[in-house]
Design a protein around this ligand. Structure first.
Ligand SMILES: NC(=O)c1ccc[n+]([C@@H]2O[C@H](COP(=O)([O-])OP(=O)(O)OC[C@H]3O[C@@H](n4cnc5c(N)ncnc54)[C@H](O)[C@@H]3O)[C@@H](O)[C@H]2O)c1
Length: 260
């Protein structure tokens, strides 16, 4: 069994119990990790309420707001982490955003604002988060950062539109960050998950049809589960993967290797 006792880490992207980030939190808690969770502030406080309720289930030591679009938000999170913890072992970046109007229709008609917003939230945010967490990882002699990607980074997936270039930028950023932080033993990898029914996914047109199509054309003839993605994420945060960095690891029941 993977042992995370004495390890501490922060997970960004828990929105509700269906979030991939929540499965990662449950998995890392099961293996003994101490967790910090963040939530996105929204006018009705739905995310905060969800994350506080879920946080109790994994004994989260820190629950802090973080909106990666707000300039002060990431430094505030890092202050909170360094006030409470001497060091951090892992950071999970499981967040993305695209306007509904940019998920479907003609890709070439995507708005400039929508394209840039998808890039900013879904890809750029990994840079300041990595730079912010690096000093706390250095205190430990290294650490692991894992982000969530999708095959739309490398294939033109119907309706995925602006999220495709955002995930391509994310996967490329993983390689550049791995190169930058590698000398400090900080590893950065992406997990490219198969489609999973979550709140974000529900914004993609015909998502249920996509789920069936992917199951039919995957090597394992089924869809992947949140827990399978979480277990691979835990592996990437653990010493068992100490030689792996800058990679995009597919956890998609073998969909990406199939020719049809
Ligand atoms: N569900 C899938 O099919 C699938 C497949 C592959 C990859 N992914 C990726 O997994 C990650 C998690 O998505 P999910 O499917 O669990 O959906 P989700 O809706 O549960 O999670 C997305 C999270 O992003 C957060 N977020 C959005 N804007 C933010 C901002 N400005 N600042 C901080 N947080 C913000 C939301 O609060 C939410 O918690 C995303 O990167 C997504 O692209 C999802």
């Amino acid at each position: 069994m993977i042992d995370f006792s004495g390890k501490k880490g922060v997970i960004l992207g828990v929105g509700n119990p269906k979030s991939i980030a929540w499965s990662v939190a449950e998995c890392l808690h099961k293996y003994g990790a101490e967790l910090a969770l963040t939530y996105l502030e929204d006018p009705k406080g739905r995310f905060e309420k969800n994350v506080r309720t879920l946080g109790e289930k994994v004994n989260a030591s820190i629950i802090h707001p973080c909106d990666v679009q707000k300039e002060e938000s990431i430094p505030s999170l890092m202050d909170e982490l360094s006030n409470k913890w001497d060091a951090v072992d892992f950071l999970i970046h499981s967040l993305a955003f695209a306007e509904q109007k940019d998920l479907g229709g003609s890709f070439s008609a995507s708005s400039r604002d929508g394209f840039l917003k998808a890039q900013e939230v879904s890809a750029y945010s990994l840079l300041p988060l990595s730079a912010g967490i690096a000093p706390l990882m250095r205190n430990n002699g290294g650490g692991s950062i894992v982000t969530m990607s999708y095959i739309g980074a490398v294939l033109a997936v119907p309706s995925y539109n602006v999220m495709g270039p955002a995930k391509a930028a994310l996967e490329s950023s993983v390689r550049y960050l791995a190169r930058e932080f590698g000398p400090e033993n900080i590893r950065i990898n992406a997990v490219s998950a198969g489609p999973i029914k979550t709140l974000s996914a529900s914004g993609i047109k015909n998502f249920s049809t996509m789920l069936q199509g992917v199951a039919d054309h995957s090597a394992l003839k089924r869809n992947v589960s949140q827990n399978e993605v979480a277990e691979t994420t835990a592996f990437l945060c653990n010493n068992a993967s100490s030689g792996i960095t800058g990679q995009t690891i597919y956890v998609d029941c073998g969909y990406n290797i199939m020719a049809n």
